[in-house]
Design a binder for this molecule. Sequence first.
Ligand code: AMP
Length: 465
Amino acid sequence: MSFNELGLAEPLLRAIAELGYTTPTPIQRQAIPAVLAGGDLLAGAQTGTGKTAGFTLPILHRLSNTAQQRTASGALAIRTLILTPTRELAAQVEQSVRDYGRYTKLKSMVMFGGVGINPQIDQLRRGVDIVVATPGRLLDHMQQGTIDLSHISILVLDEADRMLDMGFIRDIKKILAKLPSQRQNLLFSATFSDEIKDLADGLLNAPALIEVARRNTTAETVDQKVHPVDRDKKRELLTHLIKEHNWFQVLVFTRTKHGANRLAEQLTRDGIPSLAIHGNKSQSARTRALAEFKDATLQVLVATDIAARGIDIDQLPHVVNYDLPNVPEDYVHRIGRTGRAGATGEAVSLVCVDEHEMLSGIEKLIKRQLPREVIAGFEPDPTARPQPIQLRSNGGAGGGGQRQQQGRRGGGASSPHAKGANASVAAPARRAAPAGPSRGPRPPQAGAAGATGGGARRSSGGRGR
Ligand code: AMP
């Protein structure tokens, strides 16, 4: 199938042809006709599947085919609102809107916190058709009366699972309450918890259901392996692997912000240019690190899970789990950074004795055993005993430590460990034991309760504002 057969307008076909897209991806083949038809959509799609074009192209098509509208003050009215969990993802989605819409007259803007609000107010005054926003900053504009949402006819919740994980449910509800009731709703999520199901039940009207790439099956184009190693040899092993194989564009995941900073400094001292990216970094530092990483002047980007969300670099060749994630599903998200849209990639995990239970949780989730490969000179000590895993930074990284991410699993959001900012929380590895692969995508059941009662909390660090 070609894009021409999907019925998209010529200016859009021209733009995607220039971008080199020849064949729609599976999600695009299903989502584009569904969105063009005007109904609601519930899509289970992981990052890297081409989902952004899957909703952006038909939205641009629909908006181009209907007359632009004006608000009471005479400005161009916003007709589409796209909500994303992170600033990086918002920026990338809006760039896609610009790329795909470059031959249309449609105007868009990105809206997130951590940067001045006044330029955003100026843009809103001049008028845009499409706003791509993180929930926090959008609410700021709503509270200040600087945005008029009364003409929204299409709403997208992108990576809805992440938005809930990050505690945005209340913000989302406040935003939904201010939108016109007649509108098309598109909900994209990589995973389907009960909270997502509740949100979908309350939001979507007889949605088309699409699911590509079964959830929690990791991309087949990614070569995955585990290097068993002692906890205090990980840094040396990583340096060895990068130098030995001459890896470039390596995305390394650590569990904590402090760990990310420390590792980036150590690698740089080892002669491997590295920067860390996490929620305590300023927006400009994050943007700069990402730009250098994308243009390959920076060899290694060290990131925490939340910061890495939304990083979209074509054919990212190497992902390293320096620490295993304490939430097994984050493993799937992490390795989704590589092997995107058909490219091959490599994901290696450096696993010490403390992380064996985490590893088996991941393997249970993805339903396969990852191959182990011991690197000569880095053989783990067979007598080593597991130690409790530090789930938060010990300060030192400019304030609040990484919030424990247990909130994603049952009951975690109200866990006392989710509170407080700077305390160091050491938890035995078994805390991370998975609840089992019980979050498979399920269609929303008719007649189920409305939107969730909330309870998730906004994460520290102001992400998404
Ligand atoms: P996404 O899942 O939306 O983050 O997209 C993943 C990557 O795939 C992005 O870098 C897109 O530019 C790329 N992409 C999306 N659709 C296509 C397509 N039909 N053909 C080739 N690449 C695509």
